[in-house]
Design a protein. Structure first.
Length: 270
């Protein structure tokens, strides 16, 4: 019998997996909110509420609650690590007063407290720390896959945890390069988060054909970055270009009209 360990990563920005609908008809959990934020100074303690639900209609589920670390790769994907692996980890500052294990009956929900205690002595220039809370099913449930084969199903969901200090926020991204990749018919944007806070924004782009004056609007894409991240964003043009000379414009909007970052590229498509 095969075991299917389902990472329900729809909560993780940048990671999406296709999960068979039959899995969710057999077993499922819901953890909300998808992200938890703390704003605490050294020596302070604060708690946030997390709601865990067993959405299965038939199976009681046993869960373990554990911490981990995460960071973005250069393309915005999520990388997972053991707790306290990264320099900006706050996993060791977290605790669960209600315990690390729980059992939920079918359809049952339970609210848990997630407590963060900041050490009295920390580097005050390190304004941002992160961690991950994982909720993992411990008792596999019998099921079948899309081909009808018997499997054992385990489900795990996670939420991202952010902590920031009270240093004045510096929210800034800088575009380093913009290029056209003929092989993938995409704009390739390289930019960095040079501030001291996480930045969520949207990249919009347009393409102007200098020969016939036509303008092509390109579907906007969201981006998520942490301080120090250097990001490569591929922006597909989604239609074949005619031969000619083009001007591409890309703008990064991250919450303030005065902080839009823009770049322009002139290139010839042959």
């Amino acid at each position: 019998m095969r075991y299917l360990f389902v990472h329900c990563s729809l909560l993780f920005a940048g990671l999406f997996f296709i999960i068979p609908s039959t899995v969710f008809s057999q077993v499922g959990i819901s953890v909300s909110p998808p992200r938890v934020y703390y704003s605490l100074d050294p020596g302070e303690t604060g708690s946030q509420k997390v709601l865990v639900s067993n959405v299965s209609k038939d199976h009681p589920l046993n869960f373990s609650l554990t911490m981990g670390d995460w960071e973005y790769d250069s393309y915005g994907g999520n990388l997972m690590f053991p707790p306290d692996s990264l320099d900006n980890s706050c996993a060791g500052w977290l605790s669960l007063p209600g315990g690390m294990y729980m059992t939920l009956e079918p359809g049952e929900s339970r609210e848990i407290d997630l407590t963060m205690t900041i050490p009295a002595e920390i580097d005050r220039d390190a304004n941002v720390q992160t961690a991950m809370l994982f909720v993992t099913q411990m008792n596999p449930v019998d099921g079948v896959d899309t081909q009808g084969a018997a499997i054992k199903i385990n489900v795990r969901q996670g939420i991202k945890i952010y902590r920031k200090g009270n240093a004045p926020e510096i929210k800034k991204v800088e575009i380093e390069n913009l290029a056209y990749d003929k092989e993938t018919n995409s704009l390739m944007l390289l930019f960095s988060n040079v501030g001291n806070i996480w930045i969520n924004g949207r990249a919009s782009a347009s393409l102007f054909n200098q020969g016939d004056g036509k303008e092509l609007n390109i579907e906007a894409a969201d981006f998520y970055t942490m301080p120090g991240d250097r990001r490569i964003m591929q922006i597909p043009l989604r239609q074949e270009l005619e031969k000619g000379r083009y001007i591409a414009t890309v703008m990064l909007d991250y919450g303030d009209r005065t902080t839009i970052e823009a770049a322009e590229l002139q290139f010839t498509h042959e």
